[in-house]
Design a protein around this ligand. Structure first.
Ligand code: SAM
Length: 313
């Protein structure tokens, strides 16, 4: 059966290291679990309703080329990363990286900004990110552009003034901000060249939904998916990770034409989190089936804890 699944030595030096994302699954664990399931059951389709950076879907596709892939996530950055991981890049990726390099070295500086940009980016970093942003927009090949945004998303975070230790936006101390070394262009281009060969090998056609899973579930008929595998957000305010806040600076920089947006996502740094699962603002709607299932346990705990459990559920 499944023996050791700790994989404590696992470093993300594979395709999953392409972009930073909070609370990701450990890829070799997923691979092992999926391999076991594929060997013991007839599985032709898989659905991850909270796909995040797409770890499970990617691992499933790498084990079975023909499996149908379905995924949902409310966060447009998660959607972008997963799309890139599954769809890969074009055959001309290296030519497009060279073209991008040429566009970046162009002296034209265009204007770009969003609310509080100067709080989150040092002036020289902002200038370079603006150059990179407009250079990417000039790339015609869709897959390659998305690959560039995906990798840029992590650089935006790394070179911003937000602290690395937390997923929330917290400003660094002035000394730390002044210590940020502006080697953004070299690092970005070398990272593109490092990951490009890995992405040339993938070419899947997944069904990815950028929406609230509670709406998404309604699109599936009963028994239409063979395997559901996921790591959901945890439903209480103490432990819920701020996926949206983590992603917001990157989402402001990326061309909205290359993101799946409904329009509300960039209203504030916390818009995505406020609409995600695990936030207290959600109504505690729970089905009849759910209440019956929970009832024996709820009776044993006080009212305050009951609310937490219902929210989590
Ligand atoms: C633990 S993460 C998934 C990480 C993923 N397994 C990976 O390896 O990257 C949970 C995900 O749930 C998403 N999420 C939270 N509320 C959601 C909702 N209402 N509908 C869809 N996705 C949601 C978050 O955006 C986040 O990406």
């Amino acid at each position: 059966m499944l023996s050791d699944i700790a994989f404590s030595d696992y470093k993300k030096d594979d395709i999953h290291g392409v972009a930073l994302y909070p609370a990701t699954m450990v890829a070799p664990v997923q691979k092992k679990v999926l391999k076991y399931l594929f060997e013991h059951a007839d599985i032709n389709s898989i659905f991850d309703p909270f796909h995040g950076s797409g770890t499970a879907l990617y691992e499933a596709a790498s084990l079975d080329n023909n499996i149908e892939l379905y995924g949902c996530d409310i966060n447009p950055l998660a959607n972008l990363i997963t799309k890139v991981k599954l769809k890969g890049v074009s055959d001309y990726i290296f030519e497009n990286i060279s073209l991008l390099e040429k566009y970046i070295s162009n002296d034209n500086i265009e204007e770009f900004g969003f609310r509080n940009i100067d709080k989150w980016f040092r002036a020289d970093i902002k200038r370079i990110l603006t150059k990179i942003r407009f250079a990417i927009i000039r790339i015609k090949e869709n897959k390659d552009r998305l690959f560039f945004w995906c990798i840029l998303s992590s650089f935006i975070r790394k070179y911003s003034n937000t602290r690395n230790e937390t997923f929330k936006l917290h400003i660094k101390k002035d000394e730390s901000i002044s210590r940020i070394k502006n080697n953004l262009i070299e690092n970005f281009l070398s990272t593109l060249r490092y990951y490009a060969p890995m992405f040339k090998c993938v070419n899947k056609d997944p069904y990815l939904y950028k929406e609230d899973v509670l709406e998404n579930f309604l699109k599936f008929n009963d028994n239409s998916i063979d395997l559901l595998i996921s790591s959901p957000p945890y439903g209480d305010n103490l432990t819920t990770v701020t996926y949206g806040q983590f992603s917001s600076l990157s989402l402001y920089w990326i061309d909205p034409n290359d993101l799946e947006l409904d329009g509300w996502e960039l209203n504030s740094y916390s818009a995505i989190d406020s609409n995600s699962l695990g936030k207290s603002r959600r109504k505690n709607n729970i089905s009849y089936y759910g209440i019956n299932l929970l009832d024996p346990y709820l009776r044993k705990i006080d009212l305050r804890k009951q609310k937490k459990v219902i929210n989590f559920f």
